[in-house]
Design a protein around this ligand. Structure first.
Ligand code: IPM
Ligand code: MG
Length: 359
């Protein structure tokens, strides 16, 4: 039986980059015998405009029935003044929570061809290959109570809650240790245990989980230091595991080490390996509709999807090899362009990957 993929392009450049990723998926189907079906759904601002909600029931249903979800991005200027409950970002947070996708894998890998595109010195970043494992369905993003209230004094006060139950820390810890076992077997757990009790518990549970993985070396780092170390000496890290919000921030930082956030895919997994795959960059409304976005992060997200959720490692390899070939040939979208390279559009980049797959 063929596997099912829910395709949710979303907003902004989401539409353009997902179109290129689908071109790639279609070639795998037509030329290489991949058996998958796709079904499209709306999410984010685009869904709000049609249904008055960023996560319509139909979309959740399509996503639930699928073996994997491919997502573009959500958000845009035109929806920024909406009530926070129906903003595009709520669609993304809703689907993460609804599918229980607690483990977010955000690799930061430097393609040797792009070493000169990084703002950091080549010797600092060349050979970089780190994996950030971000807790995705808990912490301050979802903690209750939250809101904006009016105090007796009449002044308004905004508040959020950072909470982590032991089972939430334990499962993201296991997820990270399992990944470390397949890599260099080193984990840095990032917290703020010197100030926040919730992450004091985080540290304690990580230690406990480590007991089941004697081959893996666990160390702890405060988040402020981790941010500094990421730009000072990023190659010291193998796997980083951290909370939802720290992971949000550190993964953007790590992405830029590689030259462009436009290159990096991500996977968000549940306990059974079902996942949602998306580029880690956002909807980039400033360049939406101009055909200049980099589709490679989304194309590489398809590769991750084939590997982690669809059990099609060969197909996944085909994609990564094709991307490698295209980069070797000197084609670059604007975000990764440097002297001597040929600048191409979003769709031309997609076409080039298709040609590389075929050739
Ligand atoms: C991300 C994004 C999201 C997040 C936003 C769009 C809600 O920044 O995936 O990193 O904060 O998780
Ligand atoms: Mg983010």
């Amino acid at each position: 039986m063929s596997k099912k993929v829910a395709v949710l392009p979303g907003d902004g450049i989401g539409q353009e980059i997902v179109a290129e990723a689908i071109k790639v998926l279609n070639v795998l189907r037509s030329d290489f015998g991949l058996s998958v079906e796709t079904e499209d759904g709306l999410i984010g601002g685009t869904a709000y405009d049609v249904h008055g909600t960023p996560l319509p029931d139909q979309t959740m249903e399509i996503a639930r029935e699928a073996d994997a979800v491919l997502l573009g991005a959500v958000g845009g200027y035109q929806w920024e003044s909406l009530d926070i409950a129906v903003r595009p970002e709520k669609g993304l947070l809703g689907i993460r929570a609804g599918l229980d996708l607690f483990s977010n894998l955000r690799p930061a890998i430097l393609y040797p061809q792009l070493a000169s595109a990084s703002t950091l010195r080549e010797d600092v970043v060349s050979g970089l290959d780190l994996m950030i494992v971000r807790e995705l369905t808990g912490g301050i993003y979802f903690g209750q109570p939250r809101g904006i209230r009016t105090l007796d004094s009449g002044e308004r006060q905004g508040f959020n809650t950072l909470v982590y139950a032991e089972h939430e820390i334990e499962r993201i810890g296991r997820s990270a240790f399992e990944i470390a076992m397949k890599r260099d077997k080193r984990i840095t757990s990032v917290d703020k245990a010197n100030v926040l009790e919730s992450t004091e518990l985080w540290r304690e549970v990580m230690e406990r989980v480590a007991g089941d993985y004697p081959e893996v070396e666990l160390s702890h780092m405060y988040v402020d230091n981790a941010a500094m170390q990421l730009v000072r000496a990023p190659k010291q890290f193998d796997v980083m595991v951290t909370t939802n919000m720290f992971g949000d921030i550190l993964s953007d930082c790590a992405a830029m080490l590689t030259g462009s956030i436009g290159m990096l895919p991500s996977a968000s997994l549940d306990a059974n390996g079902k996942g949602m795959y998306e580029p880690i960059h956002g909807s980039a409304p400033d360049i939406a509709g101009q055909n200049v976005a980099n589709p490679l992060a989304t194309i590489l997200s398809v590769s991750m999807m084939l590997r982690y959720s669809l059990d099609e490692a060969d197909m996944a390899d085909r994609i990564s090899q094709a991307v490698d070939k295209v980069l070797n040939s000197g084609l670059r979208t604007r975000d990764i362009h440097s002297e001597g390279m040929q600048e191409v559009s979003c769709s031309a980049m997609g076409d080039a990957v298709v040609a590389a797959l075929r050739g």
